[in-house]
Design a protein around this ligand. Sequence first.
Ligand code: P6P
Length: 355
Amino acid sequence: MQPKITTIERHILEQQKRYPNATGEFTSLLYDLALAAKLIARETTRAGLAEIIGTADTANVYGEQQQKLDLFADEIIYKMNDHTERLCAMASEEHDELIPIPPRFGTGKYVLLYDPLDGSSNIDVNVSVGTIFAIHRKISTGPRGTLDDVLQPGRRLVAAGYIVYGSSTMMVYSTGQGVHGFTLDPGVGEFLLSHDDIRIPSPPKYYSTNQGNEKYWTHGVRRFTRWLQGIDGEGHRPLSHRYIGSMVSDFHRNLLRGGVFYYPGDMQDPEKPYGKMRLLFEAQALAFLVEQAGGYASDGVGPVLDIEPHTLHQRVPLFLGNRELVEQAETFIRQHDQEWIDAYLPYRNRQKTAV
Ligand code: P6P
């Protein structure tokens, strides 16, 4: 007997029925993201053939060379949402500033934050990449969105998700009712439910981190890594190391098999103890998802979802995965890394600024 076939559109509609006063705006916003995902998937799978491969002659706010596909994905998501009157503003990892809704269009009650193509430096070597998105409710009182609508803690997110463009294209999202995964059937161009109500499994199997940075790591992070490897006796059952260099892919594998992804802060430059990950465009969305799946996300000090953002491109150290693993990281850091904590807290607790 054929299992029930559920498209992402039907699943989103069924989720909406749980919110009696939902107006459908939110549902349509998720539809539009699914459509954007299909358009981006089409380009990423032909990147090797199209003129779209390779680097653009621009860099983003982090000084990172932008890939042509970064800009393509960014444009697709923007054009899909700039006129729908569901958003009051957007924010993208590829844009220095808040992205306003063009004055000729009305605005809505949500704000969309997104990393259009995470891990895009892997495109040219055919390694899977992903899109990350997060949706907050508008909280500012004026007609147009402001930074206040974007600089909200992850605990207030109404939805988050990612698309992973891998051996198959999958869209994984949550509206706070569990985490659900859909696989794109390219034959019909539909995302079909393939992973209903994902829960991060235990015991975990993998740890994912760039061990090339070990020389910069704090003592507590080194202890945590040896613990994961089962070294020094009292360690955890040894986990296997898997690191793709594309966080969405590493996160997706660990979500389905159990494990931890971490990109810690370090003291290589005591002025920059905050690591590499972006709080608003990467960490909040994945933290929301992993907690919805029974896991936990920390910056090494406490929950990522409780961090009060102060700037649009704020960085954050990130430990993401099975709760028992992430909490162990916090314990080792608390025991051994007071110097790093003292260097990081002033950045973490900085007051909001315009940029
Ligand atoms: P590194 C990609 O640029 C990214 O933001 C994540 O997707 C990935 O996990 C990480 O950076 C890779 O960084 O320093 O290990 O190359």
